[in-house]
Design a protein around this ligand. Structure first.
Ligand code: PGA
Length: 251
């Protein structure tokens, strides 16, 4: 089995006091776990608070976005080096909210993934189809296209250093989760696309997270699926006990 990776995406939620409290709860609940990767992605302004609050634990942290240039006149953006300097190990790239609300394209996602890998960050590259695309039976074309374009000419040293998150847009924040069968079906398809790009051995080692209304009461059946290697969790990551239960899934 691939080493599971469970990540919290706080999105634009929490102030300093909330972050400290949430991290203290996670520290208490999760400190002893060594057999999985645990990641917290707060708003960037809270990264140093989270770093201090999680010091001494194995819980990693990262950013929800970054720009692909290392410095310069890009008002409001953060560079890959800045995230490394803040001791991040991970960065979410191409979340559907960034694609839909901030017009991020596959080409930009591709530049960001490359820039993240170049400085040793682990990108969590998000892909996923809309409800209409699924209704039209186009979900695999869409997701396959996002994977191929996002990973165009992308090379990496370790297959563990690049994570894919499959997040069907219709399942994000809606309470509607993909059935484990539908999710597994798409994850197997994604792995087949990764196999085309990187070969069977590497694709077999790469981790693919599911995201979209993951909760304590559906994580176990999702994680029981062969090609689901973790979760990217929004709403349910804002409460320590519920995220801890997700991290402690039993499959
Ligand atoms: P959700 O968000 O768990 O609130 O559906 C997941 C995500 O967008 O990463």
């Amino acid at each position: 089995m691939r080493r599971p990776i469970l990540a919290a995406n706080w999105k634009m939620n929490n102030l300093t006091a909330d972050a400290k409290k949430l991290c203290a709860g996670l520290k208490e609940e999760l400190s002893g776990l060594r057999d999985r990767d645990i990641v917290v992605c707060p708003p960037s302004i809270l990264i140093s608070t989270v770093k201090d609050a999680l010091a001494g634990t194995l819980i990693g942290f990262g950013a929800q976005n970054m720009y692909y240039k290392q410095s310069g006149a890009f008002t409001g953006e953060l560079s890959p080096d800045m995230l490394v300097d803040a001791q991040c190990r991970y960065v979410i790239i191409g979340h559907s909210e960034r694609r839909q609300l901030f017009a991020e394209t596959d080409a930009l996602v591709n530049l960001k993934v490359k820039a993240a890998l170049e400085v040793g960050l682990t990108p969590i590259m998000c892909v996923g189809e809309t409800k209409d695309e699924r209704k039209a039976g186009k979900e695999k074309d869409i997701v396959g296209g996002q994977i191929r374009a996002g990973l165009k000419d992308v090379k990496f040293e370790s297959p563990l250093g690049l994570v894919i998150a499959y997040e069907p847009i219709w399942a994000i924040g809606t309470g509607e989760t993909a059935t484990p069968q539908d999710a597994q079906d798409m994850h197997a398809y994604i792995r087949s696309v990764l196999t085309e790009i990187y070969g069977e051995e590497t694709a077999g080692l790469m981790r693919i997270q599911y995201g979209g209304s993951v909760k304590p009461d559906n994580i176990d059946e999702l994680m029981a699926c062969e090609d689901i290697d973790g979760a990217l969790v929004g709403g349910a990551s804002l409460e320590a006990k519920s995220f801890a239960r997700i991290v402690r899934f039993s499959a």
